[in-house]
Design a protein around this ligand. Sequence first.
Ligand SMILES: [Zn+2]
Length: 237
Amino acid sequence: MRQHGLVVDDRASRPRRNTRPRDALGQPMPYGTAGVDEQPAGVLRNSHESLVEADRLLRSGRPFHAHEVLEDAWKSGPEAERELWRGLAQLAVGMTHAARGNPVGAARLIERGALGIAPFEDESPHGLDIPAILGWCAQVRAELAQISYILQGSVTARRIPCGKLACACTTDVEAWHGPYIQWSRRKGGRTVSTYLTPEQAVLCREWIANYRTLDKLIDRMLKLSLRMVRFHEIPKL
Ligand SMILES: [Zn+2]
C-alpha cells in the first residue's frame, strides 16, 4: 500500500470516524460548529512518520489526535508490534484524560500503556527509549495519585457593608459584615460566584490548588511527550 514517500489514504475501505466536529481534546462539539481539523483516519504512515506526527500533536496540546495517529499505527502495523502501538496510544489517551481534568482516568490509562510497552524495553524498537518512557510513566502516575478532586476558579473572602442606613457599617468600615467567602469561576463567558461555609472553603482551596498542579503536570506531560525517544536520530526512510 505504501510506496516510498507516498501516503495512500484508503479511508474509503475503513469504517469512517465519527464526523462530528471535535475540540482540541477530541470532545464532540455541536454539528455545524468549527471544530479542530481532525486527523484523517486510515492514513498509512511508516513508524517514523507516526512517531514524529504523534510527538508534534502532543507538543501542540492535542493528545487526543496523537492517540488517533498511534491507533492507526496499531491497527495497520505488524502483529508483533500491536501491543507496543496500543500501549503508546493508551499513553496518549491518558494524557487526554488528564487534560480533560480526569486524573484518575489518566493514571489508569498510563498504567495500562506502560504495561503494553514494557515487553519492548530491551528491544526499544524504532529508536523509542522505552526505559525512559516507563520511568516517565511511573513519575507521572505518582504525581497524578496526589490529585483527588479538582476545581477551577478562585476563593475570596470579603467584608461588605449591608446598605441599611441604621447599621453601623454605613459609617464604620470596621463594622462591615463578613467575611463572606465566595468561590468564583468563569461559566459560559461570565463569572459565577457561590457562597461557601468556612469548611467548604478549605476544600475548595485545596481542589483549586489540585487543579493548578494538574495544569502544570499536563503542560509538562505534553512537552515531554515522546521527545525522550531517540527517533529523530533515525534516518528518514
Ligand atoms: Zn450593616
